[in-house]
Design a protein around this ligand. Structure first.
Ligand code: LGS
Length: 451
């Protein structure tokens, strides 16, 4: 049972309240000031790859409106802001030459955040690899670990004095499943053979970037994964086996090597002949001590026999369930369950919820400047209560970042899905805080007591 009825919410002292975005989804001006193209700029400009041909050429124009956006964060009372850096703004060719103007953009943003009392949480990689590196094989090239560590080093040296929380990768599962297995995301490959190689190299890159951080940085670094707890559709042994496969593929494929130094056994069966024998020495690189893990949570899936992971996944629709506009079931209890599973499996590592939120068809901005989005408020509220339950059960959750600060470009789904607590008019680029933003602001002010 959710503890919403108990009405006595106490979040730990220092629990950090914030919101999150990612470079490609909000910045626009992808080639400004000497930046190189990323795989997402290239992918979105390839006909047929995104809904309505939507690109990130303008997005929320945050590249020019960053100051206004930090002002909005301050008005809402956000204590933290999670954003990502676009690698090809910093290193237009992916390695080698540093583009000072790209670095300056993020340096100014960080200064502005700090001047407004907002803690930056910087993600190095939120899916926009420099196109020049994809031309060299992207995540399939083992050299990517060196490329990524080099990129990390440039940022650590420039910003570690001011940025205290770093993230290597955002959701490596989505990068490989969407980018290399199913092809719905950049770089758009469809190969059962490539997916595990890309996944493994992403983790080697993660390890190399953490190693580089230990040499250069003085604060905290972690990894962000998406976790989707799996529940069986029925009580057959076959359903239970399907759940184990799904869970190993989606939830353990990255955390196991990062934290335990091995892959879950199921992966070999799942990938069959496509599963390579990885050099044992790689696991020494991949398994680096982390300061925290970031977890992105949106939904669960109910799954059963008939699944043939990773190619096909069965998600059984719940007749009494509530669904968001992206078709994902609203299931707050899943967040409590996964946090308890995380602690049981990986121990007492600090956790941040680095993304959580929902897309709904919001009504247009009303005359008095309001956007009424009660469903989003309900979603956020129930998930915060679910986090509170996990904290009460002993999980060390240190903060919460709502996805997202702004309505933005939802990758291949273009601008069709609005996740923001702030509405963006894509014609005028005007920002309007939705009711959920005002509500969240109150929650922050009461440190969660008013939940
Ligand atoms: O905008 C992305 C959000 C939206 O929903 C963000 O860039 C990503 O980091 C993250 O993947 N995001 C996201 N994920 C939800 C995935 C749920 C998939 C459920 C599929 C069930 C059928």
């Amino acid at each position: 049972m959710s503890s919403l009825a108990s009405k006595d919410f106490r979040f730990p002292e220092g629990f950090l309240w914030g919101a999150a975005t990612a470079a490609h989804q909000i910045e626009g001006a992808p080639l400004a000031d000497g930046a190189g193209p990323s795989i997402w700029t290239r992918f979105a400009h390839t006909p047929g790859m995104t809904l309505n041909g939507d690109t990130g050429d303008v997005a929320c124009d945050h590249y020019h409106r960053w100051k206004e956006d930090v002002g909005l964060m301050r008005e809402l009372g956000l204590q933290a802001y999670r954003f990502s850096v676009s690698w090809s703004r910093i290193l237009p060719e992916g390695t080698g030459r540093v583009n000072q103007k790209g670095l300056d953009f993020y340096s100014r943003l960080v200064d502005e955040l700090l001047a407004n009392g907002i803690e930056p949480l910087l993600t190095l990689y939120h899916w926009d690899m420099p196109a020049a590196l994809d031309d060299r094989g992207g995540w399939l090239n083992r050299d990517c670990a060196d490329w990524f560590a080099e990129y990390g080093r440039v940022l650590y040296r420039a910003l570690d004095g001011r940025v205290r929380k770093w993230v290597t990768l955002n959701e490596p599962w989505v990068v490989t499943d969407g980018g290399y297995l199913h092809g719905a995301l950049a770089p758009g490959h469809r190969s059962r053979f490539e997916a595990p190689i890309a996944a493994h190299n992403l983790m080697r890159a993660h390890g190399a970037a953490v190693q580089a951080y230990r040499a250069e940085g003085a604060h905290e670094i972690g990894l962000v994964v998406n976790i989707e707890p799996k529940y069986p559709a029925g009580d057959s042994e076959a359903d239970a086996a399907a759940v184990r496969r799904a869970h190993a593929y989606m939830n353990e494929q990255f955390l196991h090597p990062a934290l335990l130094g091995r892959y879950p056994d199921e992966l070999r069966d799942i990938f069959g002949e496509a599963w390579p024998d990885f050099p044992e020495a790689d696991f020494g690189l991949i398994r680096q001590p982390l300061d925290f893990v970031g977890i992105n949570y949106y939904t669960r899936s109910v799954t059963g026999d008939g699944d043939s992971y990773p190619q096909r996944t069965t998600v059984v629709r719940q007749p009494l369930g509530t669904y968001t506009e992206t078709g994902w079931e609203v299931f707050p209890q899943g967040l409590t369950d996964l946090l308890l599973w995380f602690k049981r499996t990986y121990g007492d590592l600090p956790v941040y919820i680095t993304e959580n939120g929902a897309a709904f068809f919001d009504p247009p901005v009303a005359e008095e400047g309001r956007v009424r989005d009660p469903l989003r408020i309900d979603y956020l509220r129930k998930h915060l209560a679910a986090i509170h339950d996990a904290i009460a059960a002993g999980v060390d959750v240190r903060g919460y970042m709502a996805w997202s600060l702004l309505d933005n470009l939802e990758w291949s789904l273009g601008y069709s899905k609005r996740f923001g607590i702030i509405h963006v008019n894509y014609g005028t680029l005007e920002r309007t805080p939705k009711d959920s933003a005002r509500w969240y602001s109150g929650i922050i002010r009461s440190h969660g007591r008013s939940l």
